[in-house]
Design a protein around this ligand. Sequence first.
Ligand code: NDP
Ligand code: CA
Length: 329
Amino acid sequence: RRPARPHRDLVSTRTDCCYYSAEPSVRVMQWNILAQALGEGKDGFVRCPSDALDWQERKYLILEEILTHRPDIVCLQEVDHYHDTFLPILGSLGYQGSFLAKPRSPCLDVAPNNGPDGCALFYTRARFSPMATDHLRLSATMLPTNQVAIVQTLCCRATGRQLCVAVTHLKARSGWERLRSAQGADLLHRLRTITCRAATCTVDSDAPGGLSEDLPLVVCGDFNAEPSEDVYRRFLSSPLRLDSAYKLLSSDRQTEPAYTTWKIRPSGESRSTLDYIWYSHDSLSVETLLDIPSEEQIGPDRLPSYHYPSDHLSLLCDISFRERPHRLM
Ligand code: NDP
Ligand code: CA
């Protein structure tokens, strides 16, 4: 019998100086779940026991982690079991899903494989109604690339508030920093169009979401980029006025976590911060964050492991809408 998985605390990020809405917050999860074909066939996680990489083991840990927190919105990367696992199971539990495969997934180079990997986005049907779904293939300086994004515009059934959520997985590996930056620029550009379009098609509503101003936006992703990279700076300085939620976990509220992925390959150990939840800081505020496991909790063999089914950690936060007067200030 394996020891229980280490508990991760939900940490409040509230400060006395901010007003917090009485409306229930929206729980958002971001997670690169590690494509089954890549984990078994390509990654070379030399310190991970091979049975911990077995899909029949891993799928329960992934689903357990999602269902422990019951997020309203789930953004996943490296999904290569959408149709046979996540859609039927999460669909039966009240989630609506959408999947976009990479045009040429590296999973297809692995034998056997379960089809291409891609991004998936789920939201709870009880809470949200869909307004628009955009499936994007990211470009870099006009040329199509192998990376994708899903952009889902939602309307909160209870309040009429609208929210735009995006999930993406940018090009991996060192040497591709300029491509990631260009992909980020393309995504930001297209998000601007989508959030303006959605905002202007809702007029004459009494609901708070029916304002003709840009839609509140949440962008979840494995950016494959440390905070020192160009694409990170692009997101931070974009006209969409985004900020990164997990900075609020640090004592100065300005520093990203030390790691969101930590693994050992034949080439050595790699510990980096690559995953982010971006949010519109004028219209949204972050109320809680799921703590990052400590080095001791992760253990000497790092990720994945019997306790953590992916080499990336899940990120989770509760986001609330700021009141209208605050937005206009
Ligand atoms: P990426 O370079 O973005 O990476 C693909 C996956 O590899 C990611 O999920 C990434 O995980 C993982 N990865 C990152 N670093 C390593 C590593 N050191 N060892 C093993 N895996 C790693 O993929 P692309 O979309 O650019 O596709 C790359 C592959 O796809 C090529 O190898 C090629 O086989 C194929 N391809 C073929 C094309 C064709 O026309 N024939 C065109 C495009 C691609 P993470 O995000 O967690 O870091
Ligand atoms: Ca990976």
